[in-house]
Every structure is written in C-alpha cells, then in structure tokens.
Design a binder for this molecule. Structure first.
Ligand code: F3S
Length: 390
C-alpha cells in the first residue's frame, strides 16, 4: 500500500507502540482487500463494548492498548455497553459483571473515546454527511450511515475500528469507493408496511435471501428513520447487508446490470412474523433496537399512558436522549405503566439471561434474530400493540 509520510511514521513506530500496532492492522486489512491507500475518516464508532460480548480477553486487550498510550485522533464513539451505568443495581445486573463493564468503559475513556454507548449515534447529532468517509463498526449503524445518510463506511470489526480511531485513517476499499455503491439485487415489495415490526420482518426475510448483496427496494412508498434503522439492522442481522437503496427515499440509488428480483408479498411478511414469534406472553418487552429516537420514546409514552401494558417493558436508548426524554416528561407515563427508559445498553448486550427473564418481546428483526442464541430467550415478536398487551 502507498502510505503518506505520517502514515509511514505510524507504521514505523515513530508515533508510539499503539499507533504502530494499529497501523499494522490497517495495512494488513488493506492488503487483504486490495486497497492501494488509506483514506482519512471523520469519525469512528467502536463496537465490542459489552463485557458480555468481549469478556476478559477483550478487557485485557483494551487495558494493554490503553497502557501503551493509545489515543484517538478523530471523534470516536462507543456502541452499547452491557448495562445502564446509572441503574444497573435496580436492573439486577450481577455485581462482578458491572465491575468489569466499568473497567472496559474506563479503558476506552483513557484512549479519548466518548462514552456515548449507543448503536444509533445518528440520533444524538452524530450525522456524517453524504460522501463523508467514516469507520463505523456496529452493523445497524453501518447500514444506516451508508444507506440513509450516504456516508461511506465498510462494516468494521472492533479492532479495525479502534485502529482507525488511533490512526485517523482506514483502508480505501469496498464502500468507500463510489463505483462499489451499487445494488446487485432488487427487492420488489408488493404490500403495505404498516408498522416497525413489518419493516423488521421485511429486513429478516431479505437479509436471509440477499446475504451479503446490496438490495435496491422498489414499492416502498414511505419510510421514516425509525423504520429505515430497523430495516437495515434486521438485514444486517439475518444477512450481512451493509448498504441498501430505496428509490425516492435514500440519497443514493444505483443499480447494476440485470440483477435477480426478489418479490415480497404480504404473505411473506406475515410468515416471517409468525416464524419469529413464539406466541408466548413476554415477561419483558424491549423497545429500541436499534436505540430509540426521541420521537419513538414520545410515542411509547403516549401508547402506555393511554393503556397500561400487561408486562414489564424497557425503552432502550442513549443516555443523552434519556435525559432529554426525562426533561420533556416522557419518562413519567412510562414509569407509571411499569416500564423504564434504559440507557447505555440494550436487550441483547446486557446479561438478560442472568436477570430472570425467559420470554422477551420485540418489534425489531435484529433483536428477534439475536435474543434466542445470545440471551437464551424465547421471543415474542410482533407489533407493539400486540406484544405489550398480549
Ligand atoms: Fe443496538 Fe442492541 Fe439492537 S446494540 S442494534 S439495540 S441488538
């Protein structure tokens, strides 16, 4: 790879051991993918934050990197952690888990990384512009940034994102290059999508069929950001789709040659919803996968304020939006109805299985895909009005 003078100095160890190791990772990655050079990034989003997902090995790696003087060169943000740092005791998070989680967050903070702990940084003002190069790791955020914002990122792994943060660059390949941002499968949606769960079901179905291809959707007439984030997250969970296009909605739309056409009907959406749903009544309903926007929290407050759910529920979001929701009083009907706004974490990366829950409800295709294996949960999948009052 052709490196600039500064990149070469980092590669040679002149900027310290942490930068040398990081540049080593980036160069190796660039060679694997045939990148000829690096590209500067304006922000990095790091995954691998929950103690549940990275364990002691991950914690040791972070501590060692921080101990070598690693410092970020660009604004860098964290994915959700394994607990709400303010209410972990009330939420029955085991104490030894909490201790390790705090050590992980502190190691990241030592490197200069902001403890945002959200998978939806775009809802707290971190919104890269169209064409901007970034290095984000959380798969749902990658899909949103590429597809809805038109920013450019590959799906980074935890270590490669961290290396990009420390060096301020990432290898120039894949979705950083305009000519690669082209759909190679068409999804013709022949039904109305009426709820977030419908978008989740569509995403689950398409992720399985598209695998790592880039879908162009036809037939979706309207979709707000909550629906788009759930669609992207669900496709990234059942497949590994890092970008999608919707004619008239996403800022980019390009189609190559004569790709396969996948037709999705109402029957497919209903079948996907049925297969993801155990039919059981949940002990806990979790809303906000990916993390909820302020408007979504407001909508939940309105819904549960009018009719109290028949089970416990969480609205997962960032700390910043939780504080804003509290300031606007959205927390009051939620708490009065037996729910809580949960910040910094989510239903999948917290130790749900150790907290006494067995059946968890969700309207997100991503959560429905991950809860059985990662949290040993049975899933109640459906529209909020269904799972909250089942
Ligand atoms: Fe975010 Fe957790 Fe879902 S990290 S995308 S809320 S599984």
């Amino acid at each position: 790879m052709k490196l600039t003078g500064e990149e070469q100095r980092m590669f040679d160890g002149e900027a310290g051991e942490a930068a040398r190791e990081s540049m080593d990772i980036l160069v190796a990655l660039g060679k694997i993918y045939g990148a000829e050079r690096m590209v500067p990034v304006t922000s990095v989003q790091v995954s691998g934050v929950s103690y549940k997902t990275i364990g002691d090995a991950g914690l040791d790696y972070l501590k060692s990197l921080a101990g070598k003087g690693a410092k970020t060169r660009v604004p860098t943000f964290l994915n959700p952690a394994g607990m709400d740092s303010a209410q972990w005791k009330e939420m029955r998070i085991p104490e030894d888990f909490a201790k390790k989680q705090i050590e992980i967050l502190d190691a990241y903070a030592t490197m200069g990384i902001s403890k945002t702990c959200t998978c939806a940084p775009y809802f707290i003002g971190i919104r890269p512009k169209k064409g901007e190069h970034i290095a984000w790791a959380e798969s749902s955020a990658v899909a949103f940034a590429n597809s809805v914002l038109g920013a450019r990122t590959n799906r980074e792994g935890g270590p490669s994102a961290l290396a990009a943060a420390i060096c301020g660059v990432t290898p120039y390949y894949g979705l950083h290059i305009e000519k690669n941002r082209v759909a190679n499968v068409v999804v013709d949606v022949k039904c109305n999508l009426k709820s977030i769960a419908d978008f989740g079901a569509l995403g689950m179905a398409v992720g399985k069929l598209a695998k790592s291809r880039y879908p162009a959707f036809h037939g979706i007439k309207a979709a707000g950001e909550p629906a788009l984030k759930v669609l992207g997250a669900s496709m990234a969970a059942t497949g590994s789709v890092p970008i999608f296009f919707i004619e008239g909605i996403t800022p980019e739309y390009a189609l190559a040659g004569k790709p396969e056409i996948i037709v999705i009907t109402e029957k497919d959406i209903l079948a996907e919803k049925k297969s993801a749903d155990s039919g059981l009544k949940p002990n806990l309903v979790t809303i906000g996968c990916p993390h909820a926007s302020l408007d979504e929290i407001k909508d939940v407050a309105g819904l549960v304020g009018a009719r109290k759910p028949t089970c416990e529920f969480w609205v997962c979001t960032s700390r910043k939006l939780k504080e804003e929701a509290n300031r606007l009083g959205y927390n009051r009907p939620i708490e009065a109805a037996g729910g809580r706004i949960v910040a910094d974490t989510c239903m999948v990366v917290c130790p749900l299985e150790e907290m006494g829950y067995v059946v968890t409800g969700t309207d997100s295709g991503k959560a429905a895909a991950y809860l059985p294996n990662l949290c040993k949960q049975k899933v109640a999948f459906g529209d909020l009005e269904d799972i909250l009052y089942r």
